[in-house]
Design a protein around this ligand. Structure first.
Ligand code: ZN
Length: 308
């Protein structure tokens, strides 16, 4: 019986030889998803929101690393070799991308900088007099924490996906429009929640929050880590404690990806509260998507500021 089935199948494929091979090829290409690589999980979420089942997306970073100290793995090279599109934030954040792309030698790859057209905020000198030498000459790269900037990034991603995969253009555009509406709703809700609070002064963990602070009208009174990965000096800690007391700062934004010791020390010394937030979706439970992360960060911060 089994042999009969095998024989029948063989004959079925062998007979109309040219027809069957081309039919198989086109069926395979229709089912083959658009292969996309992104640097940060926030970009992965947006590609999935827009592309659904038509895309296969790989994020090089997971959300548990600091976005500044990442170094690519061998599997990253493999992913870039197979991809049609690579999305990065840009603005000097992913300094390791250009050599990764060069080593991958993928001639058909298109690299898209999603922070294009967003006006970058220049980092300012710290009050202690030390320069904020956060890695970037172009400006601060943490644009995605402002939902309005996020909308611009989503549009860039959508346009590149439409160009790379025209048969699914209608789906991509429909999904993009729906997502941008949801994003605008969350932005309005979160603005209403944060902007009404009387004391909106905070200390931040590393200089990731200027775009978020501008959108939500927060006052960043000080920064713990002025260099990525570097711990603050005793002098800088002293200055921060003085600032917290003088400016009546009641909340410290600590980031889950960074060392919690210094925020805890500052909280102990001054009685300020800690709000543990994440700059990347997936960094904390309940922050798997960008919208979840935005809601989570705003709610945690609002609750901490409210108690002051
Ligand atoms: Zn950063």
């Amino acid at each position: 019986m089994f042999r009969l089935i095998v024989l029948t199948l063989l004959l079925a494929f062998a007979m109309p030889c040219e027809w069957s091979s081309s039919a198989i090829a086109s069926a395979a290409s229709a089912a083959e998803p658009l292969r996309v690589v992104v640097t940060l999980p926030v970009l992965k979420d947006w590609v999935q929101q827009i592309g659904g089942s038509y895309v296969h997306v790989t994020s090089l970073m997971t959300g548990y690393e600091s976005e500044h100290t990442y170094s690519p793995k061998p599997s990253d090279l493999v992913a870039v070799r197979k991809a049609a599109l690579l999305f990065e934030v840009g603005a000097g954040l992913e300094v390791w991308v250009s050599s990764l792309v060069k080593n991958a030698g993928n001639g058909s790859l298109r690299v898209v900088t999603t922070s294009k057209d967003i006006e970058l905020i220049r980092d300012h000198p710290q009050s202690a007099g030390t320069l904020h030498s956060h890695e970037h000459a172009a400006g601060n790269p943490h644009v995605w924490l402002d939902p309005a900037a996020a909308a611009t990034m989503v549009r860039h991603i959508s346009e590149a996906m439409v160009a790379a995969d025209p048969p699914h253009a209608i789906d991509y555009r429909t999904n993009t429009a729906a997502y941008l509406q949801a994003l605008a709703r969350v932005q309005d809700e979160s603005l209403a929640l944060l902007r009404s609070l009387p004391n909106r002064a905070v200390i931040v963990h590393h200089p990731a929050w200027p775009y978020f602070a501008r959108r939500y009208d927060l006052h960043i009174a000080g920064t713990i880590q002025t260099q990525p990965g570097g711990e603050p000096s005793a002098r800088h800690l002293h200055t921060l404690i003085e600032t917290i007391k003088r400016d009546h700062v009641r909340v410290i934004i600590s980031e889950v990806q960074l060392n919690q010791k210094v925020p805890q020390l500052l909280a102990r010394e001054t009685g300020a509260r800690i709000a543990v937030l994440t700059t990347l979706p997936g960094g904390l439970p309940g922050t798997e998507t960008y919208l979840d992360m935005l809601r989570y960060n705003v709610l945690q911060l609002a609750q901490a500021l409210e108690q002051t």
